[in-house]
Design a protein around this ligand. Structure first.
Ligand code: TA6
Length: 307
């Protein structure tokens, strides 16, 4: 059963979920329900796909097109599900900074967006696609995040400066992809871009080759690309990633030692995942004049090898 802090907490959550289903539910294709942790989630079931997201962090935690025998997104079996803590896996949103906060070493890694509860703004069904818009405002920057669960997963984060002065920020859709075996996959689409190796702090030239994972990998590629493909022979599929308005792409696998150091990540889970993150970070950070809006988006789909 669900783990609630108190009977009051349980009743409050159930009242909130009833209200969400009355206002935003879409029959049996979008139902809000309590996760065993007590967190509120939306569950998508349509002819096109199944999916799941949490109000915490507007966090997409599952997506599986109906022609796939397994999920596209990786979720750690050790993830914590608690307001104020990031969920490990799926699509965490890094905002308004990426990585450590340069001005405050005590600030939470990857910012505040992924550890706070967002509000549902609207939901919509178009054919077999279920769309959900979630919103929050952080430090006078409004975030409107649209999730579209269909034959592909479309994610679009609109950032608007609602304050009274120009601002800079960083944003990343930190997507964890489910793999058969990270040692067997190749990542195509970034071979012409240079990158910052965040482990050595060295700027590296384009390799001209697909990425293979043989050790801890933590790279920030700079430049816009139309598409990235994860070729996964074990699952006989490519995962196709099409970023939009993204000038950075982060590629990460923690490998053995870092996996062991992460309490919310299984020691051998690095074998079944990699992160390909659609981002605008570092020198490619976002600048917003008063009232200005910028979006960053990504579409995620599959192509089976037998096709
Ligand atoms: O995706 C790159 C990265 O910045 C890595 O350095 C690693 O720290 C990862 O994000 C996960 O960060 P998290 O704060 O979610 O543990």
């Amino acid at each position: 059963m669900y783990r609630f802090e108190s009977d009051f907490d349980r009743k409050l959550t159930i009242l909130m979920i009833d209200d969400l289903n009355n206002r935003f539910g879409l029959g049996d294709q979008l139902v809000f329900s309590p996760h065993p942790s007590g967190l509120v989630r939306g569950v998508v079931k349509s002819k096109a796909c199944t999916g799941e997201f949490f109000l915490l962090g507007a966090h997409v935690s599952a997506f599986q097109p109906t022609d796939q025998t397994g999920p596209l997104l990786f979720m750690s079996s050790k993830s914590v599900y608690q307001v104020g803590q990031p969920i490990r896996g799926g699509v965490p949103i890094c905002f308004p900074w990426f990585g450590a906060n340069k001005a405050d070493s005590q600030a939470p890694g990857h910012g505040l967006a992924r550890i706070r509860v967002w509000e549902i703004a609207k939901t919509e069904r178009k054919g077999d696609t279920i769309s959900v818009m979630l919103e929050t405002t952080i430090d006078q920057l409004n975030l409107a995040y649209t999730l579209a669960f269909g034959t592909q997963l479309d994610l679009s984060l609109a950032i608007t400066n609602v304050g009274d002065h120009a601002r800079e920020c960083e944003a990343a859709l930190h997507t964890y992809f489910q793999l058969s075996d990270v040692r067997e996959v190749r990542v195509f689409g970034l071979e012409t871009l240079g990158y910052l190796d965040t482990l050595t702090h060295k700027t590296m030239p384009a390799t001209g080759q697909a990425i293979r994972f043989t050790e801890e990998t933590d790279r920030i590629y700079s430049g816009e690309v139309a598409s990235i493909a994860i070729e996964d022979p074990g699952f006989a599929r490519n995962i196709e990633i099409r970023p939009r308005n993204s000038r950075s792409t982060v590629v990460w696998n923690p490998w053995v030692a870092k996996s062991i150091r992460m309490p919310d990540f299984g020691d051998d889970e690095y074998l079944r995942m990699c992160c390909i993150e659609t981002a605008n970070v570092g020198l490619n950070r976002i600048s917003l004049a008063v009232g200005q809006q910028q979006s960053i988006a990504v579409s995620i789909s599959t192509r089976n090898h037998c096709e």
